[in-house]
Design a binder for this molecule. Structure first.
Ligand code: GDP
Length: 417
């Protein structure tokens, strides 16, 4: 599996509980080929919810990192809990991811807990794309949810898709597909083939006006990001597709805008374009600011140490989750700099103890892949660390001890809006 850092995306699927985060993750795992067995949230057999407590309760409480591949992109999905009681857990996951897919329910719109998770993502400056899910539900309203993202979350959503209809058959206005505002095409997904088959057509006459207006809004939002593009947009009233993608990427990574998409993950509609958006617009570890820590060498104790996401830097990583299963404790580590090798020793600067890294694993939805080493930017499960290692600990090379910024957990704040 190619794990070039440019092609790596460490993402979280962030959502209010019940918005469809688990179903969307499940569909992503289905399309990326990691999941060979279909699972359903309703009967508790999804791939990411492998903790029995989660399966029983049907909510995702604990984070788990799952690796999958979409075209030439490797996606590490760090599962972020959506339940408000687990805010500290959400924050810990947000700390290690580079981008997020925020799932909203088109029926319920932006809810109090969506605001909580959105603000947490703001705090860690996590670039986001938005997915307005459940378009097949009666009462689904894309525009209302879109406006709420703007007003309640104080965000800069930019629609790159529009839904055709809402609700489900026999309603003649039922959700039937998606208008791609960039390519200016209508896409109809075949539900029977789990969305694998789809056809593209001209935008139907009744949606042309809305699509034109939404496309103008999209172009205006991105033209502002580039003076040259802005000038030519004024003349031609259009922007080349490569420039649209480039500026959407630039705007998303800088936090100036959030592309908005839609679909029904239950019916496999819209999930493949969502994966394309993850690859196209969300950052690789190289696009993120270098990590900072505190130097722990006697000479430079307390000085700020900056580590670039490069394999040539000294190794440092953060333990963000410890999960126990039949193989023992698996410590999930985000590697920020350098290379982490199996059968090597690293330092835990908090305890001052040396730790043996005996095995490294990449966790797929239903299998594990043992690896010899992992480079800066990646996420890996480590076997062999002592019980004294806790989540939030830094691991580093002994010659260059440093402590990554410790994670500060504020009191859980429940938005009352
Ligand atoms: P989570 O709590 O955000 O992880 O949400 P789940 O993925 O568990 O979904 C909550 C419920 O909504 C489940 O019963 C799903 O089957 C259902 N659901 C998820 N996505 C959709 C969708 O696009 N359309 C419809 N109709 N139901 C959905």
């Amino acid at each position: 599996m190619s794990r070039l850092i440019e092609h790596l995306r460490n993402i979280g699927i962030i959502a209010h509980i019940d918005a469809g985060k688990t179903t969307t993750t499940e569909r992503i795992l289905y399309y990326t080929g990691s999941s060979h067995r279909m699972g359903s949230v309703d009967d508790g057999t999804t791939e990411t919810d492998f903790n029995p407590e989660e399966q029983e309760r049907g909510i995702t409480i604990f984070s788990a990192a799952v690796t999958c591949t979409w075209r030439d992109t490797t996606i590490n999905i760090i599962d972020t809990p959506g339940h408000v009681d687990f805010t500290a857990e959400v924050e810990r996951s947000l700390r290690v991811l580079d981008g997020g897919v925020v799932v909203f329910s088109a029926r319920e719109g932006v809810e109090a807990q969506s605001e909580t998770v959105w603000r947490q993502a703001d705090k860690y400056r996590v670039p986001r794309v938005c997915f307005i899910n459940k378009m097949d539900r009666i009462g689904a309203d894309f525009q209302r949810t879109f406006q709420q993202i703007k007003s309640r979350l104080n965000a800069n959503p930019v629609a790159i898709q529009l839904p055709m209809g809402a609700g489900s058959p026999p309603d003649p206005q039922a959700f039937s597909g998606i208008i791609d505002l960039i390519e200016q095409k209508a896409i109809y997904f075949d539900v029977e083939s789990r969305g694998e088959n789809f056809r593209t057509e001209e935008i139907p006459a009744e949606y042309q006006e809305a699509a034109k207006a939404a496309r103008s809004q999209l172009l205006e939002a991105i033209a502002e990001l580039d003076e040259q593009v802005f000038e030519s947009y004024l003349e031609t009233e259009d922007i080349a597709i490569e420039d649209i993608h480039r500026l959407l990427r630039q705007g998303t990574i800088s936090g100036q805008l959030q592309p908005v998409m839609c679909g029904s993950s239950l019916d496999y509609i819209g999930v493949q374009p969502l994966l394309d958006a993850v690859a196209l617009y969300l950052p690789s570890p190289l696009d993120r600011p270098p990590v900072q820590g505190i130097n722990m060498t006697p000479k430079k104790q307390g000085e700020v140490e900056v580590r670039k996401p490069s394999p040539t830097e000294p190794f440092c990583g953060l333990v963000f989750k410890i999960q126990s299963d039949q193989h023992g404790d698996l410590c999930f580590v985000r590697v920020y700099s350098g290379v982490l090798k199996s059968r090597s020793r690293v330092l835990n600067p908090r305890t001052g103890k040396k730790e043996l890294v005996s095995q490294l694993w990449h966790i797929q939805a239903s299998s594990r892949e043992k690896v010899d080493e992992v480079s800066a930017g990646d996420i890996v499960g480590v076997v062999g660390l002592k019980e004294t290692v806790v989540t939030g600990d830094t691991l580093c090379v002994q010659q260059h001890p440093m402590l990554l910024e410790s994670i500060v957990f504020p009191e859980t704040v429940i938005s009352t809006a």
